[in-house]
Design a protein. Structure first.
Ligand SMILES: [Zn+2]
Length: 288
């Protein structure tokens, strides 16, 4: 199956009350692990690519070509969307040109009027190409590619103004943060989420910072219109832990244990397990 936008897969998820995971990719191993797991579980999937990760992988074009070729060579039949993560205004044009099927424009750090103006322009651009667009209101806390967000709570009225521009999906800060959650984290702000869902009725919502949010909060958020949940840090943590274990056990020193195909295998398996768990929790298994 060729790459698709997130429009149909998230409309269905929103209406049927489950969420599709966005799993960020960093290299070939990440991509392969996520695609194979989504296929195994018959789940639609969104591959997220931050500007930093795209740069690391030598640009959007390399990423898009790798993903397309991998879908074909691995015989992936579930719907896959290739989406930018916290993309810039300029980045949107580059990603679309390279073959991405969905973009996120994060204008949350601009004053609301500028966020609206830029989002509006990119809505028109994506519509023209039959692609989907995620907009953001209210910065999400923590660090993403060097951008530190304060973890604002989005203003539901601002959310409505952005939603009314015709965005496909909307990310709103509701106390969620990127990276690991601190011990004293106050949890998701459900009254605000409910208000946003009511006021933007019909626009599937996105929850960023899906690593470490307790399962009951995830389920509750899905029941309030969240149809896409971003997972990035979790795959990095389990990959690093599994790789560390392999080396600490001295396995890289046994036989050909230094072969990258062996050295990286436990980390890849760990990513598969983490993705499997999230797909189960989000309820997207067998929804392809
Ligand atoms: Zn994010």
């Amino acid at each position: 199956m060729s790459l698709v936008s997130v429009e149909q897969m998230l409309r269905k998820a929103y209406e049927e009350g489950y969420a599709v995971g966005q799993f960020n990719i960093n290299n070939l191993e990440w991509t392969k692990a996520i695609l194979l797991t989504a296929e195994e579980m018959r789940s639609p999937v969104i591959l997220g690519v931050s500007e930093g990760a795209a740069k690391y992988m030598c640009g959007y074009k390399v990423v898009a070509e790798m993903v397309k070729a991998m879908i074909e060579s691995l015989n992936i039949t579930v719907p896959v969307a290739l989406h930018t993560d916290h993309g810039s205004y300029e980045g949107a044009f580059k990603a679309i040109e390279a073959g991405f099927t969905s973009i996120m424009f994060d204008g949350s750090h601009y004053p609301i009027e500028e966020n609206i103006a830029k989002t509006k322009e990119l809505v028109a651009l994506t519509k023209k190409h039959g692609l989907s667009i995620e907009a953001e209101v209210g910065a999400i806390g923590g660090e993403e590619d060097g951008v530190i967000g304060g973890g604002e709570i989005a203003d539901p009225e601002d959310c409505k103004r952005i939603a009314d521009l015709g965005v496909t999906i909307l990310a709103a800060g509701i106390g969620n943060i990127h990276g690991k959650y601190p011990e004293n984290w106050g949890g998701l702000n459900f009254p605000v989420l409910q208000k946003i869902n009511e006021i933007t009725k019909g626009v599937p919502l996105v929850l960023h910072g899906g690593t470490g949010i307790p399962a009951d909060m995830i389920r509750k958020a899905i029941s309030m219109g969240v149809a896409k949940i971003n997972v990035n840090t979790e795959c990095q943590l389990v990959f690093a832990a599994a790789t560390r274990r392999y080396i600490e056990e001295g396995k890289d020193l046994q036989g050909k244990g230094f072969d990258p195909r062996k050295l990286l295998a436990p980390g890849v398996e760990a990513i598969k397990n983490a993705v499997r768990e999230k797909i189960q929790l989000f309820g997207s298994a067998n929804k392809a």
